[in-house]
Design a protein around this ligand. Structure first.
Ligand SMILES: *Cc1c(COP(=O)(O)O)cnc(C)c1O
Length: 233
């Protein structure tokens, strides 16, 4: 068995046992294989055992991989997105995870309108209030959602967060719990064009804790593909 397949099996087993522990249906959790910096051969190993959701952070790399990989893949743009790069990915990706300003959403809306599509997006929330991270603070999420909800060619599907780096993933459970509550609160406002059926949280270090707290999309890279080597890029 290849390292990629082994990694996938182990991550899937951990998701299943986390679901089992808290009484969730494993089908309600989508595993996104985060393949940034990894070569096509490794992505194909995952594809060949059934992976159809891939996550990438960099627009150019993402576009190259979209060209080279089979067409039935759902691509997730999970990284910070600059407005001048939006035009390259709208309509090609199934979800843009890290929208944290009205200006970015407006650019997505403009590009989607040209293509006559509706682009699914998530609002990134900086739950850990880290200076080094993007995303809106918790208390600003609802007003941003309300502003973006008026755009006809974007559809807010939920929230996304990257929790702080921790040694013990249980430390992040409180953060995951809080963003789930925030999503429930926003859903309760019944805003037109806002769905809140997706909660994108949990990475290699903490996806088990995230699943236990209600994540519907975990973004796992190194636990599947191995550590990333940025020096060769
Ligand atoms: C790279 C990345 C991941 C995956 O990180 P791993 O620790 O390798 O699982 C998930 N989410 C975002 C936003 C990332 O940039």
């Amino acid at each position: 068995m290849s390292g990629v397949v082994e990694g996938l099996n182990s991550v899937k087993a951990d998701i299943a046992s986390a679901c089992n522990e808290v009484g969730r249906n494993v089908d309600d959790v989508t595993l996104i294989a985060v393949s940034k910096t990894k070569p096509i051969e490794m992505l194909m190993e995952a594809y060949n055992v059934g992976v159809r959701d891939f996550g990438e952070n960099y627009v150019q790399e993402l576009c190259e991989k979209i060209e080279l990989m089979p067409k039935d893949i759902r691509w997730h743009m999970i990284g910070h997105l600059q407005r001048n790069k939006v035009k390259y990915i709208v309509g090609k990706v199934s979800m843009i995870h890290a929208v944290d300003s009205l200006r970015l959403a407006e650019e997505i809306d403009k590009c989607a309108a040209k293509l006559n599509v509706v682009q699914d997006i998530l609002i990134e929330v900086n739950m850990g209030r880290e200076e080094t991270k993007f995303g809106v603070f918790e208390e600003d999420a609802l007003s941003l959602v309300k502003e973006i909800a008026g755009l006809k060619h974007v559809r807010i599907r939920g929230l996304m967060t990257s929790a702080p780096y921790v040694v013990d993933s249980e430390e992040n459970r409180k953060i995951f719990y809080k963003i789930k509550q925030l999503a429930v609160d926003i859903a309760g406002q019944n805003i037109d064009n806002v769905y809140m059926d997706v909660l994108s949280m949990g990475m290699s270090q903490d996806f088990v804790a995230a699943v236990k707290e209600g994540s519907t999309m975990v973004r796992v890279g190194s636990k599947i593909f191995g550590a990333r080597d940025y020096s060769r890029k």
